[in-house]
Ligand binder design. Structure first.
Ligand code: ADP
Ligand code: MG
Length: 393
């Protein structure tokens, strides 16, 4: 066991006065590209972060669940009997929902003591929620002797977030957390659930993927995400399609949409999804051929589409992208090759494909710029594509 794992096992012992049976981990993720495409049957290209949610767990002899988070020091207690959406609220709903979802799928669970720790930044668009669900799901399934393929675990975690927590997210976050591989991005076709591991190693070319937390308040829960989803579904209905993904299958050009969608808002929303799906496939191609200038351009085009067509960016993230891409960098830093807001929208993180040596210069530039605008100073780190959910000990 690593020092970290020993510390978590020790915390478990303190909290529950007995040893844990094991420790499981599931990572947060960065979506390289493919925003709001996953609930439209489209493509996404996320990769897993080294930062994980970890859960130390042990079975109980009753049907009670005790779940404690080291993040907030809170413990929630509930029974698996009569567990229904709404019975557990707040942060513990992500854990309770996962167990509820497993039981809904016919997997009867014993009670559990759970202790959770996480390094995934919370509410930053790096999917701490899926990391929490998937780590708890993996622990519970394994302790209860339930064998679950990765796709099934991801789908149950999504069910938990959709129908227990009440967040109508697509399948991307959970699939990335469960199925990602180190040094690879995960191309996922959310309609067929087919996955492809795409090698994603930038170091040898002197490049890196910078993740910057804008610190702008993430206002997802305000119903904007659900509103976008509803607008996409309305657009698909109007076009007589099962999902907007079919536009890509049919080779529809963005210009052709204008005549078919008279409402300008619906037109913009649909155009984003169509062009974003095209960009995911272009980004995958660029990665496969090492065409990083093209990858950068594709990332920036995704940001523009999120800003102008999907209208989910905010001043803080637009300014961040502009600063990163500005040709006038000080201290010898080179501008980013491409940058975009990631996650559901309205704040959260920005990613940028950068020359590794420009890390300090670019981070300094965005921090300086934020100070000038009176925004909270952003933080940043270089993201290493890492492994998916697993048992640690
Ligand atoms: P994101 O997934 O982008 O981080 P969400 O709003 O979807 O943002 O999920 C964040 C929520 O997940 C938090 O507000 C909290 O309720 C819950 N959460 C995630 N990790 C933890 C943790 N380790 N301890 C307690 N709550 C957590
Ligand atoms: Mg989330």
């Amino acid at each position: 066991m690593s020092t970290e794992q020993l510390a978590l096992a020790e915390e478990f012992q303190q909290a529950y006065a007995r040893p844990c049976a094991g420790i499981w981990a599931a990572p947060g993720r960065v979506n390289l590209i493919g925003e709001h495409t996953d609930y439209n049957g489209g493509f996404v290209l996320p990769f897993a972060l080294p930062q994980t949610s970890r859960v130390a767990a042990a079975l109980r002899t009753d049907r009670m669940v005790h779940v404690r988070s080291l993040l907030n020091g809170e413990t929630a207690e509930f029974s698996l009997d009569g567990l229904v959406p709404g019975a557990v609220e707040g942060w513990a709903a992500y854990a309770a929902g996962m167990l509820w979802s497993l039981e809904q799928a016919g997997h009867l669970l014993p009670g559990l003591d759970l202790l959770i720790d996480s390094e995934v930044p919370i509410g930053a668009g790096l999917s701490s929620s899926a990391a929490l669900e998937c780590s708890v799901g993996l622990a519970a399934a394994e302790l209860a002797g339930v064998e679950l393929p990765a796709v099934a675990l991801a789908q149950l975690a999504q069910h938990a977030e959709n129908d227990f927590v009440g967040m109508p997210c697509g399948i991307m976050d959970q699939m990335a957390s469960v199925a990602a591989r180190a040094e690879h991005a995960l191309l996922l076709d959310t309609r067929s659930m087919r996955i492809e591991h795409v090698p994603f190693r930038l170091e040898q070319d002197g490049l890196a993927l910078l993740v910057i937390d804008s610190q702008a308040e993430h206002r997802l829960v305000d119903g904007e995400y659900a509103a976008r989803r509803a607008q996409c579904e309305a657009g698909a209905r109007e076009l007589g399609l099962e999902s907007l993904r079919e536009l890509n299958d049919d080779g529809v050009a963005p210009e052709e949409l204008t005549a078919r969608l008279p409402d300008p808002v619906t037109l913009r929303r649909v155009r984003h999804v169509l062009t974003e799906n095209t960009r995911v496939l272009a980004a995958k191609e660029a990665l496969s051929t090492g065409s990083y200038a093209q990858l950068g351009e594709t990332l920036s085009a995704s940001h523009a589409s999120q800003r102008d067509d999907f209208e989910i960016t905010v001043e803080e993230t637009d300014t961040l992208v502009e600063t990163l891409m500005s040709p006038h960098q000080s201290h010898g830093a080179q501008p980013a090759l491409g940058a975009r807001q990631v996650g559901g929208g309205f704040g959260g993180c920005v990613i940028a494909l950068i020359h590794t040596e420009s890390f300090d210069g670019l981070l300094g530039a965005v921090q300086e710029n934020a100070r000038q605008h009176g925004f909270t100073e952003p933080t940043g780190f270089l993201a290493q594509p890492s492994a998916g959910a697993r048992r640690l000990s």
